[in-house]
Design a protein around this ligand. Structure first.
Ligand SMILES: *Cc1c(COP(=O)(O)O)cnc(C)c1O
Length: 221
C-alpha cells in the first residue's frame, strides 16, 4: 500500500479512537516519523496535509530541514546528546526528549545565546525499563521545579515511549500514568503512541502521535 492509503487508514483509526473516548479530533496531531525515509517520500506525506515531521537523529534531521520546505514543524523525538544541541536549538519546533538535567542546561545555554525560547517535552520513563531514557515518575516533580530556573526553556508537556507489546492493551497503564502526571503538573501536551499502540494512546489522551511504520511501511535497517 502507498503512503496515501496508509495515511487514510491511520486517520480513520485515530478518528474512531477519538470518538470512543469522546475526544475532539482537532486536538490530535499526527507527527510523521521520517527516520530513514527518503526526502521524496517525505514530500508525499506533506502533500497529504501532514505538517509535522519527526526525526530521532540530529544529522538526518538537519539534512532534511535543509531539503524540505520551510513551513514544516520539525520534532526532535530521539535521545539527544548534549554536544549536538547546538545544531537544533532554534531550528526545531519541539524537542520531545528532554531526559536529563545536563541536557536541559545545554539547551538553555544555547537558547540564551540565540535569544530564543525552546519548547520541550519532558520524556518520562513510565515503564521503568532500564534500556529506556527518561525521567522517572518519582523524580518528575523535582525536575519540573528545577526547570523553572531555566526561563528560556518552555515545558509544553510530557512524552513517553511504551515498551513493545503484542497486545497494545498492556501498555495502557503507562499512557494513563503519563496523562495523570501531566494533569497533576498542569501540562498541556502528551506525546505518546506509535504504530503499535496509537489507538490506545488516543483513548488515553495523547495529542501528539509519533507514527512511522503505519505511514511509510517498515523501515530498512
Ligand atoms: C521510530 C520512532 C517512532 C515511530 O515508530 P513506529 O513504530 O515506526 O511508528 C516514534 N517515536 C520514537 C521516539 C521513535 O524513535
Amino acid at each position: 500500500m502507498g503512503i496515501r492509503e496508509n495515511l487514510q487508514q491511520v486517520r480513520e483509526k485515530v478518528r474512531l479512537a477519538a470518538a470512543r473516548a469522546g475526544r475532539d479530533l482537532q486536538q490530535i496531531k499526527i507527527i510523521a516519523v521520517t527516520k530513514r525515509v527518503e526526502v521524496s517520500r517525505m514530500r508525499e506525506v506533506v502533500q497529504q496535509s501532514i505538517v509535522d515531521l519527526g526525526e530521532n537523529r540530529v544529522q538526518e534531521l538537519i539534512d532534511k530541514i535543509n531539503a524540505l520546505p520551510a513551513d514544516i514543524n520539525w520534532h526532535m523525538i530521539g535521545h539527544l546528546q548534549t554536544n549536538k544541541v547546538k545544531y537544533i536549538v532554534g531550528r526545531v519546533n519541539l524537542i520531545h526528549s528532554l531526559d536529563s538535567w545536563s541536557l536541559a542546561e545545554e539547551i538553555h545555554r544555547r537558547a540564551v545565546n540565540l535569544e530564543v525560547t525552546t519548547r520541550v517535552l519532558v520524556q518520562v520513563n513510565t515503564s521503568g525499563e532500564k534500556t529506556k531514557y527518561g525521567i522517572s515518575p518519582e523524580e518528575l516533580a523535582d525536575f519540573l521545579a528545577a526547570l523553572r530556573d531555566l526561563p528560556q526553556i518552555s515545558v509544553q508537556g510530557l512524552m513517553t515511549i511504551a515498551p513493545y507489546a503484542q497486545n497494545p492493551e498492556e501498555v495502557r497503564p503507562y499512557f494513563r500514568e503519563l496523562r495523570l502526571l501531566a494533569t497533576a503538573h498542569n501540562l498541556e501536551h502528551l506525546s505518546m503512541g506509535m504504530t503499535n499502540d496509537f489507538e490506545v494512546a488516543v483513548e488515553e489522551g495523547a495529542d501528539m502521535l509519533r507514527l512511522g511504520t503505519a505511514i511509510f511501511g517498515s523501515r530498512a535497517n
